[in-house]
Design a protein around this ligand. Structure first.
Ligand code: AMP
Length: 214
């Protein structure tokens, strides 16, 4: 199963991807996570990406496409994958098409997570992530058992530098200007399932599964 999750920042892509990878036994490929790992490991790629990420801008398409070209040819992608946060621009979508064609593969579903902007701002400003294992919490909807500590590994939780209100607004603007056209690109190919993503995590998960398995 080759799936793509598309939606605004904080729209729940990462959370839903975790369920989908267990359900279909395929890897999650999150460009945001890959970039943050590069920053943490002080690679050249991470150094180039950091300034764009911290200011709420997109990392240039050429960097993202080079990174994905390598990742999608890894053996664990042979039976499919869940793409989370890629493609975010039309050139990235065209690059992905080219790549998949060269591998004689195609996407099965593009899941569009539909969430209003006001809910995004509440979700993101209350999001906290674990420094160690990457587990994500929400202080309102899914708080950790002990304030400030990860349930899984006990490490400290932190607010991502790009989850502050001014940067969230910038990321939403970028989403509307650059990523929304990607939804049309895929709906023109009849690949999109639009999922109302205002409800609970479980409701959204059931809705996604219903759409892609029916
Ligand atoms: P995310 O974790 O998906 O919210 O991504 C965090 C940040 O990483 C974004 O605001 C961008 O700066 C960068 N990023 C992640 N994925 C992409 C992508 N496909 N294209 C360009 N920039 C990206």
């Amino acid at each position: 199963m080759r799936l793509l999750l598309i939606g605004p920042p904080g729209g729940g892509k990462g959370t839903q991807a975790k369920y989908l990878i267990d359900h279909f036994d395929i890897p999650q490929i999150s460009t945001g996570d890959m970039l943050r790992a590069n920053i943490q490991n002080s690679t050249d790629l991470g150094g180039n990406a950091q300034k764009f990420m911290n200011s709420g801008q997109l990392v240039p398409d050429s960097i993202i496409l080079d990174m994905m070209k390598e990742r999608l040819t890894d053996q664990d992608c042979d039976n499919g994958f869940v793409l989370d946060g890629f493609p975010r621009t039309i050139p990235q979508a065209e690059g992905l098409d080219y790549l998949l064609k060269s591998m004689k593969e195609q996407l099965d579903h593009v899941i569009v997570m539909d969430v209003p902007d006001n809910l995004i701002i509440t979700r993101l400003s209350n999001r906290r992530s674990c420094k160690e294992c990457g587990q994500v919490y929400n202080l309102i909807f899914e708080p950790p058992a002990i304030a400030g500590k990860c349930n899984n590994c006990g490490e400290d939780l932190f607010l991502r530098p790009d989850d502050n209100p001014a940067i969230i607004q910038q990321r939403l603007t970028v989403y509307h200007q650059q990523t929304k056209p990607v939804i049309k690109y895929y709906s023109d190919q009849g690949l999109t399932d639009v999922i109302d993503s205002k409800g609970t995590i479980d409701e959204i998960r059931s809705n996604i599964l219903l759409n892609i398995t029916s």
